[in-house]
Design a protein around this ligand. Structure first.
Ligand code: AP5
Length: 208
C-alpha cells in the first residue's frame, strides 16, 4: 500500500497499543508526535522544555512546533513510501499542513467513550527500555519487568481531564473533516485489546 495512514482517537484510546500491529502489517514506520516530544523533553532540548509545559498541563503543543517536527521527520529515507502517523494531526491546521506534504490514504479512528478513558490512562505503565505499553489490570506486564516500569507524568486524573477537553475541542472535529474526504474508518475501541486488534487487522488488510 502506498501512502500514509493516520491512527486517530482520544487519549488512551489504544493508538500506541495497536500501532505495532499496523507497522507489522504494512511495514510503515510509526511516527508518534507524543513519543517525539517525550524524546525532546528527555534530551532537554529548547523545544522539549517548551513542549513539556503544555504536555504537563494536558494542552496541545503549538501547531508550528508540531508541523516543524513532522516536516523534518518526513525527509528521512524510511518515510518515502508513507508512514503511520500516531497522535498527529490533532488540529485542522495540522491536517491542512499534512495534506500539503503527504498522501494520507486512510484515517483509522479508534472510538472509546470518555467514561473508559480515565481508568485506562491512570493504570497505564510504560517500559522505558522497550517502549512497551502495559496496564495494571487490562494488560499486566511480566513480573520480571514490573520493577522498571514508569508512569508518564501526564497520566494522572487531573491532566487526563484536561487532555480529554483539548481532544473534544480541538481534535474531535477532525473526524468530520476526514469524513468529508472519505478517508475515515471507525473502529469500536471499547472492547478488549485482542478484539480491537482483530478489528484493526481487518481494516488494514482491506486497505491493501
Ligand atoms: P500522546 O503521547 O500522543 O498521548 P495521547 O494522544 O493522549 O494518547 P495516549 O498515548 O495517552 O494514548 P493511546 O491512544 O496511545 O493509548 P495506549 O495505547 O497507550 O500525546 C501526549 C501529549 O503530547 C499531548 O497531551 C500533547 O500535549 C502533546 N502532543 C502530542 N502530539 C501532539 C500533536 N499532534 N499536536 C499537539 N500536541 C501534541 O493505551 C492507554 C492504556 O490503555 C494503556 O495502559 C493500554 O494498555 C490500555 N489499553 C489499550 N487498549 C485497551 C483496550 N482495548 N482495553 C483496555 N485497555 C486498553
Amino acid at each position: 500500500m502506498s501512502g500514509s495512514l493516520v491512527l486517530f482517537g482520544p487519549p488512551g484510546a489504544g493508538k500506541g497499543t495497536q500501532a505495532g500491529l499496523i507497522v507489522d502489517l504494512t511495514g510503515k514506520p510509526q511516527v508518534s508526535t507524543g513519543d517525539m516530544l517525550r524524546a525532546a523533553v528527555k534530551a532537554s532540548t529548547a523545544m522539549g522544555m517548551e513542549a513539556k509545559e503544555y504536555m504537563d498541563a494536558g494542552l496541545l503543543v503549538p501547531d508550528s512546533v508540531i508541523i516543524g517536527l513532522i516536516e523534518e521527520r518526513l525527509t528521512e529515507a524510511d518515510a518515502s513510501a508513507g508512514v503511520l502517523f500516531d497522535g498527529f494531526p490533532r488540529t485542522i491546521r495540522q491536517a491542512e499542513s499534512l495534506e500539503a506534504i503527504a498522501n494520507v490514504v486512510a484515517v483509522i479512528s479508534i472510538e472509546v467513550p470518555d467514561s473508559a478513558i480515565v481508568e485506562r490512562i491512570v493504570g497505564r505503565r510504560m517500559d522505558p527500555e522497550t517502549g512497551g505499553i502495559y496496564h495494571v489490570n487490562f494488560n499486566p506486564a511480566p513480573p520480571e519487568i514490573v520493577s522498571r516500569l514508569i508512569q508518564r507524568p501526564d497520566d494522572n486524573e487531573e491532566t487526563v481531564l484536561a487532555r480529554l477537553a483539548a481532544y473534544h475541542q480541538q481534535t474531535a472535529p477532525l473526524a468530520a473533516w476526514y469524513g468529508e474526504r472519505d478517508l475515515l474508518v471507525s473502529i469500536d475501541g471499547d472492547h478488549s485489546i485482542d478484539e480491537v486488534a482483530a478489528a484493526v487487522e481487518t481494516v488494514v488488510r482491506g486497505l491493501a
